[in-house]
Design a protein around this ligand. Structure first.
Ligand code: GLN
Length: 532
């Protein structure tokens, strides 16, 4: 196993995750099997309890792991499926060290950061990397060098470097090269940050410099000299308009030549689909406008997978998709804004929790349903479509979800088995579950399969007691997992479909999620009709 450790310096938010994922993609393009581990030095066990408002989206893996959004980038860039073990947090490490201590595994010794915590970290990294069956493992250490939290992890990879054979580990350090008012690129912060890394016993093999414009020769040779790496090991990672071009850009900078030499790797196959995908992206001509009505819309990271899934579909349909993020509470305060939804070619209501903003979303869904605007509802966006339909088509005015009120008509409710779990501390239905698809439905035309597997993250379900009544009025459930409704659609509407699962988590560049692709197709059709 070859390991590539990616650390960050100067400041957070440099796009270290995208950089690391891009390095992985480059090596994958050379024919290698690449996996990734994201280390998050926070004490939370996982991202499941974190507010997307503060931390961005909670990404859900096939095994139900609720993880940092960087894992989503790895899955998209590497086109792989990871498990919750690929996200190592301080919380997880300490939890198992403490459990071992309680079991007496440490035979009465004083349990310390070195060696017990660092051993635990190394063991986790090696086990996960081996279990993945890959040849190369990217290890991204969250935060910036110098943070107290990341110290044990940096020490663990330092030890690993001493233990692994020569040529099996490479260290990439991502730093910022800012520009002063004269337009000069300043290398001092990089020098300081590399010095800090050296004090911890780590020596970077390559420096990846984030900068606004391509790194000049002067700055490059300064970094090379002061940081003790050859000039070809200093890579310019200047701002890119589109993240999927980053691997190509870094490759043009010669990243893989040097890195592969360091790791004694040779090119044995060139996979080009990434370059072709980026080419297709450049050839996009038409455009459609989609309104995304949600809650955390001023923080776009909260819906990063949806944004990417729309992009994947857009590349495939050769049509740009321009999203407008609309705060649902704004639609509640200014109801006349609803009429303005008419200007969009499609409406998407994403997942969410809690009752805030649900009224605005329900009004939005009603508008899409009554005005024949293509609608895609995801998770909460499906539950609210049921509530809207029950209120306005079935005339059950108090229809609601028991997540939001104690209504007499809980069309969205906990199933009895879920209720038992709730009593034990509130468990969500997470990760992969299958759904059976009804023949000759829109869902069947979209997936062209009778059984699908998609990722979930929810507690509540469509209440089976209302299904007959709802279906009699024209909303059909065409994807089911026993008594759980997975997909709904309205056959009399040009395109109205919603899923209890999150198709966005499985969407990949070059392999868009079927629901997103057909949604974009429906938007194109809607727009063409409008223009006639
Ligand atoms: N709040 C809803 C539930 O728990 C929907 C969750 C979601 O949209 N991810 O079932």
């Amino acid at each position: 196993m070859k390991y590539i450790v990616v650390t960050g310096g100067v400041m957070s938010g440099l796009g270290k995750g995208i950089t690391a994922a891009s390095v992985g993609r480059i090596l994958k393009n050379k024919g290698y099997d690449v996996t990734a581990i994201k280390i998050d030095p926070y004490i939370n066990i996982d991202a499941g309890t974190m507010s997307p408002y503060q931390h961005g989206e909670v990404f859900v893996l096939k095994d139900g792991g609720e993880v940092d959004l960087d894992l989503g980038n790895y899955e998209r860039f590497l086109d792989s499926e990871l498990t919750h073990d690929h996200n190592i947090t301080t919380g997880k490490v300490y939890q198992s060290v403490i459990e071992k201590e309680r079991r007496g595994d440490y035979l009465g010794k004083t349990v310390q950061i070195i060696p017990h915590v660092t051993d635990e970290i190394k063991e986790r990294i090696r086990t996960v990397a081996a279990a993945s069956g890959a040849e190369i493992c990217m290890i991204e250490i969250g935060g910036t060098v110098g943070d107290i939290e990341s110290m044990p992890f940096l020490e663990a990879v330092r030890q690993m470097h001493a233990e692994e054979p020569e040529g099996h580990m490479a260290f990439l350090h991502v730093t910022l090269v800012p520009m002063d008012s004269q337009g000069d690129q300043k290398t001092k912060p990089t020098q300081h940050s590399v010095r800090e890394l050296r004090e911890l016993g780590l020596r970077p093999d390559m420096i990846i410099a984030r900068c606004r414009v391509p790194l000049g020769e002067g700055a490059k040779s300064k970094i090379s000299m002061f940081c003790d790496v050859p000039p070809e090991a200093v890579i310019s990672a200047h701002d890119a308009e589109e993240i999927y071009t980053v691997p190509l850009q870094m490759e043009r900078e010669g990243l893989s030549d040097y890195l592969m030499r360091k790791l004694n790797l040779s090119v044995f196959e060139i996979r080009t689909h990434w370059g072709e995908m980026v080419e297709r992206m450049r050839r996009i001509t038409g455009e459609v406008n989609v309104a995304i009505v949600g809650k955390y819309t001023n923080l776009q990271d909260a819906y990063i997978s949806i944004r990417e899934a729309l992009k994947h579909a857009s590349i495939e349909c050769k049509c740009a998709v321009n999203p407008t993020w609309i705060e649902s509470e704004e639609l509640e305060e200014k109801p006349d804004l609803i009429e303005k939804l008419d200007r969009y070619d499609g409406i998407l209501v994403p997942g969410g929790f809690g009752s805030r903003g649900t009224d605005g979303k329900i009004r939005t869904i009603r508008y899409a349903r009554e005005h024949n605007i293509p609608y895609l509802g995801l998770c909460l966006g499906m539950q609210l479509a049921v509530i809207e339909f029950a209120r306005n088509a079935l005339q059950l005015k108090d229809a609601d979800s028991s997540e939001f009120s104690n209504t007499k008509n809980p069309v969205i409710d906990l199933l009895p088995e879920q209720e038992e779990l709730e009593d034990l501390g509130g468990t969500m239905r997470l990760g992969n579950y299958e759904a059976e698809i009804t023949l000759e439905s829109l869902a069947h035309r979209i997936y062209n399969k009778t059984t699908i597997t998609e990722r979930h993250r929810h507690r509540y379900e469509v209440n089976p007691e209302y299904i007959e009544k709802i279906e009699a009025e024209g909303m059909k459930f065409t994807g089911k997992n026993k008594n759980r409704m997975e997909i709904l659609e309205i056959p009399s509407h040009p395109f109205f479909i919603a899923s209890q699962f999150h198709p966005e988590f499985k969407s990949r560049p070059g392999k868009p999620a079927p629901l997103f692709k057909s949604f974009v197709e429906a938007m194109i059709e809607h727009k063409n009709k409008k223009e006639l």
